[in-house]
Design a protein around this ligand. Structure first.
Ligand code: MD3
Ligand code: FE
Length: 220
Protein backbone atom coordinates (compact mmCIF):
# COMPACT_ATOMS: atom_id res chain seq x y z
CA UNK A 1 0.00 0.00 0.00
CA UNK A 2 1.33 3.42 -0.91
CA UNK A 3 0.82 5.51 2.18
CA UNK A 4 1.63 8.77 0.42
CA UNK A 5 -1.05 11.02 -1.00
CA UNK A 6 1.32 12.63 -3.47
CA UNK A 7 4.71 11.58 -4.72
CA UNK A 8 6.18 14.99 -5.37
CA UNK A 9 9.33 15.97 -3.56
CA UNK A 10 10.91 19.40 -3.38
CA UNK A 11 14.25 20.48 -1.99
CA UNK A 12 14.67 23.88 -0.33
CA UNK A 13 17.48 25.40 1.71
CA UNK A 14 15.20 26.76 4.45
CA UNK A 15 18.11 28.24 6.42
CA UNK A 16 21.82 28.46 5.71
CA UNK A 17 23.02 24.84 5.48
CA UNK A 18 19.63 23.38 6.42
CA UNK A 19 17.83 21.58 3.60
CA UNK A 20 14.22 20.44 3.72
CA UNK A 21 13.43 17.61 1.32
CA UNK A 22 9.64 17.51 1.33
CA UNK A 23 8.14 14.02 1.12
CA UNK A 24 11.55 12.64 0.13
CA UNK A 25 11.02 9.31 1.91
CA UNK A 26 8.06 8.52 -0.35
CA UNK A 27 10.33 7.03 -2.99
CA UNK A 28 11.07 3.96 -0.91
CA UNK A 29 8.40 4.01 1.77
CA UNK A 30 7.46 0.30 1.91
CA UNK A 31 11.10 -0.75 2.40
CA UNK A 32 11.66 1.96 5.04
CA UNK A 33 8.62 0.83 7.05
CA UNK A 34 9.69 -2.81 6.75
CA UNK A 35 13.19 -1.93 7.96
CA UNK A 36 11.76 0.03 10.87
CA UNK A 37 9.59 -2.90 11.97
CA UNK A 38 12.59 -5.22 11.82
CA UNK A 39 14.78 -2.86 13.88
CA UNK A 40 12.08 -2.37 16.55
CA UNK A 41 11.66 -6.15 16.85
CA UNK A 42 15.39 -6.78 17.29
CA UNK A 43 16.00 -3.83 19.62
CA UNK A 44 12.74 -2.89 21.34
CA UNK A 45 11.93 0.76 21.98
CA UNK A 46 12.62 1.94 25.52
CA UNK A 47 12.47 5.15 27.54
CA UNK A 48 16.05 5.97 28.40
CA UNK A 49 16.95 7.74 31.63
CA UNK A 50 18.50 11.19 31.58
CA UNK A 51 21.61 11.73 33.72
CA UNK A 52 19.27 13.55 36.12
CA UNK A 53 17.18 10.40 36.51
CA UNK A 54 14.10 11.35 34.48
CA UNK A 55 12.67 9.03 31.81
CA UNK A 56 12.75 10.68 28.37
CA UNK A 57 9.30 11.20 26.86
CA UNK A 58 10.33 9.84 23.45
CA UNK A 59 10.99 6.09 23.32
CA UNK A 60 14.21 5.18 21.54
CA UNK A 61 16.17 2.47 19.84
CA UNK A 62 19.04 2.39 17.33
CA UNK A 63 20.48 0.53 14.40
CA UNK A 64 23.91 0.59 12.82
CA UNK A 65 27.39 0.13 14.30
CA UNK A 66 26.78 2.69 17.04
CA UNK A 67 23.70 3.53 19.09
CA UNK A 68 23.04 6.65 21.15
CA UNK A 69 22.32 5.84 24.78
CA UNK A 70 21.50 7.83 27.89
CA UNK A 71 21.53 6.72 31.51
CA UNK A 72 22.60 7.99 34.93
CA UNK A 73 26.21 7.99 33.68
CA UNK A 74 25.47 10.40 30.83
CA UNK A 75 24.99 10.49 27.04
CA UNK A 76 27.23 8.51 24.70
CA UNK A 77 27.40 6.14 21.74
CA UNK A 78 27.68 2.42 22.37
CA UNK A 79 28.16 -0.55 20.01
CA UNK A 80 26.10 -2.77 22.34
CA UNK A 81 22.41 -2.35 23.18
CA UNK A 82 22.39 -2.25 27.00
CA UNK A 83 18.88 -3.80 27.07
CA UNK A 84 19.65 -6.87 24.94
CA UNK A 85 23.44 -7.00 25.50
CA UNK A 86 23.68 -7.58 21.73
CA UNK A 87 25.07 -5.35 18.99
CA UNK A 88 22.44 -2.96 17.62
CA UNK A 89 20.57 -4.30 14.56
CA UNK A 90 22.30 -3.78 11.22
CA UNK A 91 21.25 -0.60 9.49
CA UNK A 92 18.69 -1.72 6.88
CA UNK A 93 19.85 -1.22 3.30
CA UNK A 94 16.80 0.97 2.64
CA UNK A 95 17.79 3.28 5.53
CA UNK A 96 21.37 3.58 4.33
CA UNK A 97 20.27 4.29 0.75
CA UNK A 98 17.79 6.98 1.82
CA UNK A 99 20.31 8.72 4.10
CA UNK A 100 23.04 8.73 1.44
CA UNK A 101 20.71 9.96 -1.30
CA UNK A 102 19.27 12.73 0.87
CA UNK A 103 22.75 13.89 1.90
CA UNK A 104 23.88 13.91 -1.74
CA UNK A 105 20.79 15.86 -2.79
CA UNK A 106 21.82 18.53 -0.27
CA UNK A 107 25.40 18.54 -1.55
CA UNK A 108 27.05 16.17 0.95
CA UNK A 109 28.54 13.42 -1.17
CA UNK A 110 30.19 10.50 0.60
CA UNK A 111 28.05 10.59 3.77
CA UNK A 112 28.43 7.18 5.40
CA UNK A 113 26.31 7.02 8.57
CA UNK A 114 27.29 4.52 11.25
CA UNK A 115 24.41 5.36 13.62
CA UNK A 116 20.65 5.66 13.21
CA UNK A 117 18.69 6.77 16.27
CA UNK A 118 14.98 5.93 16.18
CA UNK A 119 12.82 8.31 18.26
CA UNK A 120 9.18 7.38 18.80
CA UNK A 121 6.83 10.10 20.02
CA UNK A 122 3.29 9.47 21.21
CA UNK A 123 0.82 12.36 21.43
CA UNK A 124 2.13 14.68 24.16
CA UNK A 125 5.75 13.56 23.89
CA UNK A 126 8.38 16.21 23.20
CA UNK A 127 12.11 16.83 23.14
CA UNK A 128 13.46 19.85 24.96
CA UNK A 129 16.02 22.21 23.44
CA UNK A 130 19.43 20.56 23.36
CA UNK A 131 22.64 20.32 21.37
CA UNK A 132 24.00 17.12 19.81
CA UNK A 133 27.60 16.93 20.99
CA UNK A 134 28.38 13.23 21.32
CA UNK A 135 29.65 12.76 17.76
CA UNK A 136 33.35 12.83 16.88
CA UNK A 137 33.27 15.01 13.73
CA UNK A 138 30.91 18.00 13.76
CA UNK A 139 31.62 18.63 10.06
CA UNK A 140 29.57 15.57 9.11
CA UNK A 141 25.97 16.29 8.18
CA UNK A 142 22.93 14.85 9.97
CA UNK A 143 19.97 13.42 8.08
CA UNK A 144 16.58 13.30 9.82
CA UNK A 145 13.51 11.46 8.47
CA UNK A 146 10.02 12.17 9.84
CA UNK A 147 7.30 9.51 9.73
CA UNK A 148 3.73 9.44 11.03
CA UNK A 149 2.21 12.31 12.99
CA UNK A 150 3.35 15.81 12.15
CA UNK A 151 5.60 17.77 14.49
CA UNK A 152 6.89 21.27 15.02
CA UNK A 153 10.66 21.28 15.02
CA UNK A 154 12.34 24.04 17.01
CA UNK A 155 15.51 25.33 15.49
CA UNK A 156 17.46 27.65 17.73
CA UNK A 157 20.89 29.21 17.64
CA UNK A 158 24.15 28.53 19.40
CA UNK A 159 22.77 29.87 22.69
CA UNK A 160 19.91 28.19 24.53
CA UNK A 161 18.36 31.65 24.89
CA UNK A 162 18.26 32.29 21.10
CA UNK A 163 14.62 32.39 20.02
CA UNK A 164 13.97 29.23 18.00
CA UNK A 165 12.38 29.14 14.57
CA UNK A 166 9.43 26.74 14.16
CA UNK A 167 9.61 24.31 11.25
CA UNK A 168 6.58 22.07 10.62
CA UNK A 169 7.55 18.51 9.67
CA UNK A 170 5.19 16.00 8.06
CA UNK A 171 5.31 12.33 7.21
CA UNK A 172 8.03 11.65 4.68
CA UNK A 173 9.91 14.92 5.15
CA UNK A 174 13.69 14.71 5.34
CA UNK A 175 15.99 17.37 6.81
CA UNK A 176 19.71 17.59 6.12
CA UNK A 177 21.83 19.68 8.46
CA UNK A 178 25.21 20.86 7.32
CA UNK A 179 28.35 21.94 9.07
CA UNK A 180 27.65 25.36 10.54
CA UNK A 181 24.28 24.55 12.14
CA UNK A 182 25.48 21.28 13.60
CA UNK A 183 25.77 22.62 17.14
CA UNK A 184 22.60 24.70 17.16
CA UNK A 185 20.04 24.10 19.90
CA UNK A 186 16.98 22.23 18.66
CA UNK A 187 13.95 20.35 19.94
CA UNK A 188 10.45 19.08 19.21
CA UNK A 189 7.25 20.70 20.58
CA UNK A 190 4.78 18.33 22.27
CA UNK A 191 3.15 16.23 19.52
CA UNK A 192 -0.52 17.08 19.02
CA UNK A 193 -3.32 14.75 18.02
CA UNK A 194 -5.50 15.71 15.06
CA UNK A 195 -2.64 17.09 13.06
CA UNK A 196 -3.55 14.55 10.43
CA UNK A 197 -3.16 15.80 6.93
CA UNK A 198 -5.04 14.08 4.12
CA UNK A 199 -1.90 12.05 3.81
CA UNK A 200 -2.24 10.67 7.30
CA UNK A 201 -5.83 9.54 6.74
CA UNK A 202 -4.47 6.60 4.82
CA UNK A 203 -1.77 5.69 7.31
CA UNK A 204 -1.89 2.55 9.28
CA UNK A 205 -3.16 2.84 12.85
CA UNK A 206 0.35 2.93 14.26
CA UNK A 207 1.31 6.06 12.37
CA UNK A 208 -1.95 7.75 13.32
CA UNK A 209 -0.80 7.61 16.94
CA UNK A 210 2.95 8.09 16.70
CA UNK A 211 5.64 10.18 15.17
CA UNK A 212 8.86 8.32 14.39
CA UNK A 213 12.07 10.16 13.60
CA UNK A 214 15.13 8.48 12.13
CA UNK A 215 18.32 10.45 12.75
CA UNK A 216 21.35 9.35 10.73
CA UNK A 217 24.78 10.33 11.92
CA UNK A 218 28.42 9.56 11.41
CA UNK A 219 29.01 9.26 15.13
CA UNK A 220 32.37 7.50 15.37
C1 MD3 B 1 19.82 20.22 14.16
N1 MD3 B 1 15.77 14.48 17.38
O1 MD3 B 1 17.52 12.80 18.53
S1 MD3 B 1 15.95 15.26 14.42
C2 MD3 B 1 17.82 14.01 18.54
O2 MD3 B 1 12.82 14.86 15.57
C3 MD3 B 1 16.87 14.98 17.96
O3 MD3 B 1 13.45 13.37 16.98
C4 MD3 B 1 14.75 15.32 16.83
O4 MD3 B 1 17.10 16.13 18.06
C5 MD3 B 1 13.59 14.45 16.42
O5 MD3 B 1 18.88 14.44 18.99
C6 MD3 B 1 15.23 16.15 15.73
C7 MD3 B 1 16.74 16.56 13.54
C8 MD3 B 1 18.04 17.05 14.06
C9 MD3 B 1 18.96 16.22 14.61
C10 MD3 B 1 20.19 16.73 14.98
C11 MD3 B 1 20.48 18.07 14.83
C12 MD3 B 1 18.32 18.36 13.93
C13 MD3 B 1 19.53 18.88 14.30
C14 MD3 B 1 21.74 18.62 15.17
C15 MD3 B 1 21.99 19.93 15.00
C16 MD3 B 1 21.03 20.75 14.49
FE1 FE C 1 19.15 16.40 18.73
Amino acid sequence: MDLFEKNTTAIQEILPEVWLLTNYAAQNEPAILQGLASVMTQAPLRHMMTPMGFAMSAAMTNCGDLGWVSDRKGYRYNAIDPNTNQPWPLMPESFMALAKQAASAAGFNGFLPDACLVNQYKVGASMGLHQDKNEVDFNQPIVSVSLGLSAVFLFGGLLRSDKPLKVPLAHGDVLVWGGKTRLNFHGILPIKANQHSKLNAKLEDYFNEHRVNLTFRKAG
